[in-house]
Design a protein. Structure first.
Length: 225
């Protein structure tokens, strides 16, 4: 019997993961059966079960792959001196993540944002998946924390804010942008990049008052009670 090349094995695994991702994005995790996945990828049960034992392992592999690629991208950025500015970095990593899955389409829309929402929903029921997600996000947060520390050391970012606070905010902006795409349709990553760039351009309001916070503006004709 001829040996199967690693390239063939990798391609088959990719085929199964992409087919499962489409099924999960289209119908949700619980409404998708392994028969649905077999039909989607047009493979026998034996061919699929050679790689994955069931739906739980499939969804875990999909999540681990995405988080792994995102973590590697931010870890790579953290090693640069200084790292790229936040607006460019976020757009680059998110654009790469979405671009790698742009061929996966459900009802004429990219499947990846819908899949992300399905995964979040499933974590409420599946503790193993929730643990995998917490670990993955924890790694991304730690990488962002190192990036922020590098910004601060380079004088690119104010140093009186905890790096982890910035890390959580950057992750929240990306997740929120993905959620918007799931709800309202595709949008180019340049929108998020430009929004972050505009926010980064705002002057520190305390600088004009010698460090004291600005008093709230009271509309004409109004008064504070």
């Amino acid at each position: 019997m001829a040996r199967v090349s690693q390239e063939h094995l990798d391609a088959r695994r990719r085929q199964i993961l992409d087919g499962a991702a489409l099924c999960f994005a289209r119908n949700g995790f619980h409404a998708t059966s392994m028969q649905d996945v077999l039909k989607e990828v047009d493979l026998s049960a034996g061919a699929v079960y050679r790689y994955f034992s069931g739906k739980e392992e499939l969804i875990g592999a999909i999540v681990a792959e995405v988080l792994g690629s995102v973590r590697e991208a931010f870890e790579e950025a953290a090693r640069l001196t200084p790292p790229p500015p936040p607006d460019e970095l976020v757009a680059s990593v998110l654009g790469r993540t979405l671009g790698a899955r742009e061929s996966l389409v459900v009802d004429g829309r990219p499947a990846f944002p819908r899949l992300v929402i399905q995964v979040w929903t499933e974590t409420l029921r599946n503790e193993e998946l929730a643990a995998l997600l917490r670990e993955g996000y924890g790694s991304v947060r730690a990488s962002w924390g190192r990036i922020v520390a590098a910004y601060q050391e380079a004088g690119m970012m104010r140093a009186d804010v905890a790096p982890d606070h910035v890390a959580r905010t950057m992750i929240a902006s990306v997740l929120g942008f993905i959620a918007q795409q799931s709800l309202f349709g595709p949008a180019p990553v340049e929108i998020l990049r430009d929004g972050l760039r505009a926010l980064m351009s705002m002057p520190d309001p305390s600088a004009a008052t010698g460090g004291a916070p600005l008093a709230p503006r009271v509309p004409d004709g109004a008064h504070l009670g």
